[in-house]
Design a protein around this ligand. Structure first.
Ligand code: AMP
Ligand code: TRP
Length: 346
């Protein structure tokens, strides 16, 4: 547990959240879900569909419900064991909202004013952004600390939010914990699990942009729901340059599209980019793209088929999520009880 070890005494615990706001794509799978699956053997893990974060920007209610179930099904289809891990909806455990309010009163305006994601998302229309979008990082801190999670797998873009979570934990500990002997380290200072090797998958049409569910053209991304033919077609049409693949990493410099396809291949095959280049040095994209498509279809096809099967029985998915929420509450309840007590709520 490294830096928490001398102070925080609780167990190691992993928490992460994903917003159920759109189609799950290859970037989500390789950058997040695949890592979650690998981690389930080493940690007690909670994975949360953060529907309350989703509505910081208006969501059609029927779509939100569908995306939430689809995300849960995608987790399970990808190999996340719902008995081993706790899979649940944020809105089903009321402690998230309760702790978020307390954190609204702990975090400072100045801290939130520095959040770059809010600036990006609100853009020029700051006055029109929801209050929830501004307070979003406080809810994220509540998600994590409601379970006293010590480790948080996140993408690079969430680093600043996680630092804010640590600041909130620290200030809460100072303001309230220090008034009670033994509670000085009430909350752990959660650590990010970013992983140097965490994949950053980029758009198939522009190797300088990340693959994203908000990109308008569907040809920029591989959705986990895509059928085999569509996967092959998207790779075939992916933008590349005319050069063959180099034998070494240096040869990918200034070739963002080529670099991206090599990265996707390496991450899918669990090998290094160097190894991919060793295997394909001198070959053109006419040969590499079909090989990449075959690899992707072999890995994603079974996930998609399992996903489709799961989605034929949404009641079973709801049951998994309901059981997950019940398990989450058993961890959260004693913690929120102590929080109320520390704050002076009687
Ligand atoms: P988002 O789709 O932005 O809500 O992200 C959900 C999760 O997927 C987060 O952990 C992100 O870091 C990860 N993720 C999203 N897009 C990519 C991408 N293009 N490459 C790698 N990871 C990604
Ligand atoms: N903000 C995260 C994202 O957009 C999602 C999220 C919400 C999260 N709560 C979390 C991630 C708690 C990790 C831990 O990707």
């Amino acid at each position: 547990m490294s830096e928490n070890a001398p102070t925080y005494q609780g167990p190691e615990r992993v928490f992460s959240g994903i917003q159920p706001t759109g189609n799950v794509h290859l970037g989500n799978y390789l950058g997040a879900i695949k890592r979650f699956v690998a981690m389930q053997h080493d940690y007690e893990c909670l994975y949360c569909m953060v529907d309350m974060h989703a509505i910081t920007v208006f969501q059609d209610p029927a779509e939100l419900a569908r995306h939430t179930r689809e995300l849960a099904a995608m987790f399970i289809a990808s190999g996340l064991d719902p008995d081993k891990n706790i899979l649940f909806n944020q809105s089903k455990v009321s402690g998230h909202a309760e702790l978020a309010w307390i954190f609204n009163c702990v975090a400072r305006m100045g801290w939130l004013n520095r959040m770059t994601q809010f600036k990006d998302k609100a853009g020029k229309h700051r006055e029109n952004a929801s209050v929830g979008l501004f307070a979003y990082p406080n809810l994220m801190a509540a998600d994590i600390l409601l379970y006293k999670a010590t480790h948080v797998p996140i993408g690079d873009d969430q680093k600043q939010h996680l630092e804010l979570s640590r600041d909130i934990a620290q200030k809460f500990n100072n303001d309230y914990g220090s008034l009670r002997p033994g509670a000085e380290h009430f909350f752990p200072l959660p650590e990010p699990l970013i992983g140097a090797e965490a994949a950053r998958i980029r758009s198939l049409r522009d190797g300088t942009k990340k693959m994203s569910k908000s990109e308008i053209s569907d040809m920029t991304r591989i959705n986990l729901k895509d059928d085999d033919e569509l996967i092959a077609k998207k790779f075939k049409k992916a933008r590349t340059d005319a050069e063959p693949l180099p034998g070494e990493l240096a040869g990918l410099k200034d070739r963002p599209e080529a670099d991206n396809l090599v990265e996707i291949y390496a991450t899918l095959a669990d090998i290094s980019k160097e190894q991919v280049l060793k295997d394909y040095a001198g070959q053109g994209f006419g040969a590499f793209k079909p090989a990449l498509a075959d690899l992707a279809v072999a890995q994603l096809g079974p996930i998609r088929n399992r996903f489709n099967e799961l989605m034929t029985d949404t009641a079973a998915i709801d049951k998994v999520l309901e059981q997950g929420a019940a398990r989450a509450r058993t961890i959260a309840d004693p913690i929120i009880k102590e929080v109320r007590d520390l704050v002076g709520f009687v």
